[in-house]
Structure formats: structure tokens, C-alpha cells
Design a protein around this ligand. Structure first.
Ligand code: GTP
Ligand code: MG
Length: 362
């Protein structure tokens, strides 16, 4: 019995609409905290390379105290939550905390290097962390191009970092960023922000990472990368799948494999399915069932299941689905060209994709 057909027995058809609805329920969130003018909109613009982001424009209201921006527009896979009015009025993070509950997320705090008045931002962050100490935070020193003297620059950074450390009671990871307007070539620190996101929020980093694709295979995958991320994000909405009428993570994975088959012009007949399973190796197949097995067990233990188990299930389902999609794409690319592909190479690409998608330390 083939790989695909074996899974299909457990699955129900997962239509593109259902997949997208599930992905939206699990969309990862990047919180942006910072005073007006700190560079929040500039950062969104730089990370997404979208020129349509303007100060105070293009946003949907999210909560009373924040705006949200979903990216990409046609099939959102990442939400930026832009806190408004921080440092101007008393900010109460309750609404934003509620809006982001249940989503994987990271907090980026932006503090302009030439603005030493960061007390209110630090207080807001402290309040958020008091409610949820597990939240991952990165401090961005923006406007690095505005101070040219090295010593003055490091003094300014140290002083701002100290304000945040004192209010939150912990040292934060830090990155120095320059986003001079009208000079995108002179941006600095953005790759480092993405590197931190790889650890804090891999789903975001996979979407925002600059592509350096050279081979025909990589270039082909770039065309469907966001689609694979949609399936992976949908699979990560493990607990929400029944709500949108998808019975299981394997059903999402089957739908993804069919989509990829169509894209590469290869049909998943018995021969192709068997070749794929064979190349992926028994270890990978066994790990799938082990992962799903662990998830089910975790859910049976009430407290553990609701906290650790639920979070881990989403992360593992996201990572296994993304890695499966990445490996299947490579397999199908070679297959469509009748070129040989070693199982070592296929398994290596699976492992690499899995570890990139599963970097988060909860
Ligand atoms: N030179 C320089 N200018 C920056 C930098 N970051 C932001 N700016 C400029 O500062 C101004 C405000 O930046 P925005 O990105 O709109 O700030 P914001 O945090 O979105 O502000 P609000 O939307 O009002 O909360 C814009 O003119 C930016 O071009 C930077 O790193 N260097
Ligand atoms: Mg803005």
C-alpha cells in the first residue's frame, strides 16, 4: 500500500478554502512595541519589501490600542501588530494580549537611539511580560545611522538597554538597526533581525528570509514556498482543524502533496508514492507516527495537554508539514525531469527544513 493512499484513509478532503481558513487561525504574530517615530512602519516595510506601507496608513484596526498588518495580502501568513500611541497615552496591553492569545508570537521592541526617553515603552513591555513571562523579546536600537560617533552610539544603546532591563528585570537580546529613508541600500541589521526570528518565531523567519536560490530546483521551490508555508501553518492550527472542517494534520499534508504533484506535473500513482516513501526512509515515516502519537498522549493528560502538549503539537505539525513539503518538492522536481535523486540528499533536505521550521525554544 502506498504512502499517500495509506494516509488518505484517515483524511477528509481539505479544500484550499479550508486550508486558508485554518492557516489564518494559526497565523504567527510579530508584535511591534515602540513610540511613535521609532521605526515600526519602516521595519514592516523593510522586512516585507513592500513599498505600500505608510505611516499611519494601510492598516486594519486590530484592537482598540493597535493596528494590524497581514502579509502577504493575498494569503496572509504573518501578522504584524503595531501598537499605537505608546509613550503618548497610558497603554493597556490587555486587548493586544487577548487578540494574540493562542498564536505563536515574538515581540520586537523598537527604541530610537537618539531618544533616551523609553520609560513608558519599557513599562508596557514589563506589563506584557508580567502576564506572560514566556514571551520572546528582541530589542531593536533603531536609527543607528543618526549617530556617527562610535562611542556615543554604544553609550546610547547601553543606556536604553538598561532602562528595559531595569523595568522588565531581565536582559533582552539586542540588535542595532539602521533604516535611512529613501536609502534602502544602506539598511543595516535587518538580516540579524531575521536571524533572531529564526529562533524566536521560525514561521516568520521562513517567510521573510531573503532567498539566495541558485539551482533550478531552488528557483522552482521559491514559486511555491509561501503555498507550502500555508499548508504548514494550517497544520500548525492542530486544535482548530476540526473547527474549519479538516479532520487531521495528515489530511492537510495529503492536500499539500496533491498540490505539489499538480505544480510539478507528476501524479502520485502507486509507483511514485512508493518511490517517495522509500527515499524518505523508514525513519521519517516512523517519526511522523511517533510525533502524532506523542501529541495524542499529551492531550490525554489534562494540564500538560493544554499547555505544553498543545504548544508542542502545533510546533511539530508545522515543522513536519513544512519539511515534508520541502522534501516532496525536491523529489517531484527531479521526478518531473527523470533525473536521479539520492535518498541521502532528499533526507538531508527534509532534516534541514525541519530544523529551520522547529527552531523555537518554547
Ligand atoms: N535615519 C533613519 N530614519 C529612520 C529610521 N527608522 C525610521 N526612520 C524614519 O523615522 C520616521 C518615522 O518612522 P516610522 O517607521 O513611520 O515610525 P513608526 O514607529 O511607525 O511611527 P508611528 O506609526 O507614528 O507609531 C520616518 O520618516 C522614517 O523614515 C532609521 O533607522 N534611520
Ligand atoms: Mg507607523
Amino acid at each position: 500500500m502506498s504512502f499517500l493512499f495509506g494516509w488518505m484513509k484517515n483524511g477528509v478532503p481539505a479544500t484550499p478554502e479550508k486550508i486558508e481558513a485554518a492557516a489564518e487561525l494559526a497565523i504567527p504574530i510579530v508584535w511591534l512595541l515602540g513610540k511613535t517615530g521609532a521605526g515600526k512602519s519602516s521595519l514592516i516595510q523593510t522586512l516585507t519589501a513592500l513599498s505600500t506601507i505608510e505611516v499611519g496608513n494601510g492598516y486594519e484596526p486590530c484592537t482598540r490600542t493597535s493596528r494590524q498588518f497581514d502579509y502577504p495580502a493575498d494569503q496572509p501568513l504573518l501578522r504584524f501588530m503595531d501598537t499605537r500611541g505608546l509613550g503618548e497615552a497610558n497603554y493597556d496591553p490587555a486587548d493586544d494580549l487577548a487578540a494574540s492569545a493562542g498564536h505563536s508570537q515574538a515581540i520586537l521592541v523598537l527604541a530610537r537611539i537618539d531618544d533616551p526617553v523609553q520609560g513608558e515603552v519599557a513599562e508596557a513591555l514589563a506589563e506584557v511580560l508580567a502576564k506572560d513571562p514566556s514571551k520572546q523579546v528582541l530589542l531593536l536600537h533603531t536609527g543607528a545611522d543618526l549617530i556617527t560617533d562610535e562611542e556615543a552610539l554604544s553609550r546610547a544603546k547601553a543606556a536604553n538597554a538598561e532602562v528595559f532591563r531595569l523595568k522588565t528585570g531581565r536582559p533582552l537580546r539586542e540588535v542595532t538597526v539602521a533604516m535611512p529613508p529613501e536609502k534602502p541600500d544602506e539598511n543595516t541589521g535587518i538580516d540579524e533581525v531575521i536571524e533572531h526570528l529564526e529562533v524566536m518565531l521560525p514561521a516568520a523567519a521562513l517567510l521573510l528570509a531573503r532567498q539566495n536560490s541558485q539551482s533550478a530546483e531552488q528557483i522552482a521551490f521559491d514559486q511555491i514556498r509561501t503555498r507550502v508555508l500555508t499548508y504548514a501553518t494550517a497544520a500548525g492550527a492542530t486544535d482548530a482543524l476540526p473547527l474549519v472542517g479538516i479532520a487531521s494534520v495528515p489530511a492537510v499534508q495529503i492536500a499539500m502533496l496533491y498540490y505539489l504533484g499538480t505544480f510539478y506535473g507528476v501524479s502520485w500513482d502507486r509507483k511514485v508514492s512508493t518511490a517517495f516513501l522509500g527515499s524518505m526512509g523508514v525513519g521519517v515515516a516512523a517519526r511522523f507516527s511517533a510525533n502524532f502519537g506523542i501529541r495524542q498522549i499529551a492531550k490525554l493528560i489534562p494540564v500538560y495537554g493544554q499547555t505544553v502538549g498543545a504548544a508542542a503539537a502545533g510546533t511539530i505539525s508545522f515543522a513536519t508539514t513544512y519539511a515534508l513539503g520541502r522534501a516532496a518538492a525536491m523529489f517531484l522536481h527531479y521526478r518531473s525531469r527523470s533525473k536521479p535523486l539520492s535518498s541521502e540528499k532528499l533526507q538531508a533536505v527534509y532534516r534541514e527544513a525541519f530544523s529551520r521550521a522547529n527552531h523555537a525554544k518554547n
